[in-house]
Design a protein around this ligand. Structure first.
Ligand SMILES: Cc1cc2nc3c(=O)[nH]c(=O)nc-3n(C[C@H](O)[C@H](O)[C@H](O)COP(=O)(O)OP(=O)(O)OC[C@H]3O[C@@H](n4cnc5c(N)ncnc54)[C@H](O)[C@@H]3O)c2cc1C
Length: 489
């Protein structure tokens, strides 16, 4: 059978710029007579359900696919959509697709989660068995997990030395430059599939204009952030009441933009602010870009951790000793937390931002997760799942990393005795209560510091608020958490 074409399978990399698999598929097709490139995307409801994908994330993904299909059409690459009821169906669907469209080989970018890696291994094996070639490319990270190790050859479990090793490697190989979109390919007599507007079982309540979709939207956001806000990032990143962070995480999650493109933009901003910059631009120069680059590398760190310690993909604690903890089971507290009715304004604001926007500011993610695991002493796995089911940027490596950090069960975790005081966090990072007032309208008219703790208001004022009393006594809860962790030692 003459199979001159190549197939490229898109997943969490919905872009044509800096897409390693796409570029390789085009290069390989380029040399063959009558060749061309066919793109595929699989709607995979079983897999998405198992992984708790949020409706907001699916919605952003579908809208990003419309944008991707248009960009691919301009390169004469048709995007065909198939449905794979479950992950086990994927190898057969892809080999059939390759046969149907006369494709000799398949290219895709590696995903590093355990189930996804197993699925990809099954796809590679199915192609081998069918006598076809398949190539998995490293794209989601700067460095293949396993290539950045400690002096003893182990995976890093602490962020700072991991980052230093990455930066050193980056410098020694002259950076990890992004790659341009490929040129237009040979025209094919294949029609692109229509993109569904929604998928049964996922109805997003987040308005689509909160997260407009597409590669150019993501680039515009990166551009405007790196022109100005990035220089003030270090000072403003922890203040949820101001727009001090990039809000690029949803676009990194669906892959409308790559982390390399983000790093490049930050380096450019760093050089523009420091024309005589000497040394490694990832760590020397202006504090804003340098700090932002460091945050972007947290994502890389957690991906490496997930590969090095796959138990974190299986709902297990990174620190095995903490598996012995008996977390509280309290459905009333859990529901109050989910609904943003805990009586702690900064926590409630965060939880309501999550429901309204499908997103939450990083500082507040830490506060609500620490409140959940230390004040309410609920199981971090339940909080992790709720986040995943609601976040437009839900990403296993970062979500698990963030939750296990907050629960003091993870790598480089918050020491168990250093428990955030939610009220002082609120006073420090939302001093005027701007963020609280935005998301907890019933507290809008409270004046002064009581915005952080309305339970301190006189009784009559309090009853008029229709706002709950705090669920737990903070001091006792803190003591209980510390004693429980101490007993594990
Ligand atoms: C409990 C908890 C759960 C989290 N769940 C997720 C998640 O599901 N998906 C997700 O992308 N991030 C998650 N994070 C990390 C972080 O909160 C978000 O990446 C960040 O808030 C996104 O906003 P931004 O794009 O404006 O970030 P910026 O501050 O502009 O940072 C730029 C990028 O760097 C990366 N980044 C920044 N901080 C972190 C971090 N601490 N860990 C990993 N990557 C980081 C993100 O990709 C982010 O988009 C979680 C953090 C915590 C504490």
């Amino acid at each position: 059978m003459n199979r001159p074409r190549t197939l490229v399978w898109f997943r969490a990399d919905l872009r044509v710029g800096d897409n390693t698999a796409l570029v390789h598929a085009c290069r390989r097709a380029g040399g063959r007579a009558g060749a061309g490139v066919v793109a595929a995307f699989l709607i995979s409801p079983g897999e998405w359900k198992t992984h708790d994908y949020a409706a907001a994330r699916i919605d952003l993904m579908l809208r990003s696919l419309v944008d991707l299909s248009g960009s691919l059409a301009r390169l004469s690459i048709p995007l065909v959509i198939e449905t794979a009821p479950d992950a086990v169906d994927i190898p057969a669907i892809l080999t059939k697709l390759a046969a149907k469209h006369h494709c000799a080989e398949l290219h895709f970018n590696r995903e590093h989660e355990l189930n996804e890696s197993r699925r990809d291994e099954a796809v590679l094996a199915a192609f081998r068995i069918a006598g076809l070639q398949a190539f998995a490319h490293t794209d989601q990270v700067c460095f293949e997990p396993g290539t950045i190790r400690t002096g003893e050859g182990r995976y890093f479990t602490i962020y700072s030395p991991f980052k230093r090793a990455c930066f050193k490697q980056w410098e020694s190989i002259g950076g990890t430059p992004s790659i341009a979109a490929p040129p237009a390919q040979a025209e094919l007599p294949i029609k692109a599939s229509p993109i569904p507007q929604s998928i049964a079982g996922w109805k997003s309540s987040v308005p689509p204009d909160r997260w407009p979709a597409g590669e150019s939207v993501a680039h515009d956001r990166l551009k405007s952030f790196s022109l100005k806000s990035i220089l003030e990032y270090k000072d403003r990143r922890d203040m949820p009441g101001i727009d001090g962070t990039s809000q690029l995480s949803p676009y990194l999650t669906v892959g409308s933009i790559s982390h390399r493109q983000c790093i490049e933009a930050a380096i450019e901003a760093n050089r523009a602010a420091n024309p005589k910059l000497k040394g490694n631009p990832l760590e020397a120069g202006s504090p804003g870009p340098v700090h932002w680059i460091s945050e972007v590398f947290w994502r890389e760190f957690y991906i490496h951790v997930m590969v090095g310690f796959p138990r974190v993909c299986m709902h297990r604690a990174f620190q095995p000793a903490t598996e012995a903890i008996r977390w509280n089971e309290n459905p009333k507290h859990l529901e109050a937390w989910k609904a943003g009715r805990t009586g702690v304004p900064i926590v409630d604001a965060g939880m309501r931002q999550l429901l309204r926007d499908g997103w939450m500011h990083n500082r507040v993610r830490m506060i609500v997760a620490m409140y959940f695991t230390k004040d309410l002493f609920l199981n971090w796995r339940t909080g992790e799942k709720w986040f995943m089911r609601n976040l437009v940027d839900g990403f296993l490596a970062s979500n698990n990393g963030g939750w296990q950090w907050s629960a003091s069960t993870g790598t480089d975790a918050a020491p168990y005795f250093r428990i955030f005081n939610t009220y002082s966090q609120s006073e420090k990072f939302d001093p005027e209560g701007t963020y609280i007032r935005e998301y907890v309208p019933e507290l809008r008219d409270i004046e002064g510091p009581a915005i952080h703790d309305p339970s301190q208001l006189p009784g009559l004022l309090r009853t008029r608020l229709d706002y709950p009393e705090p669920l737990v006594d903070r001091v006792k809860a803190r003591e209980h958490a510390i004693q429980t962790f101490k007993a594990l030692r």
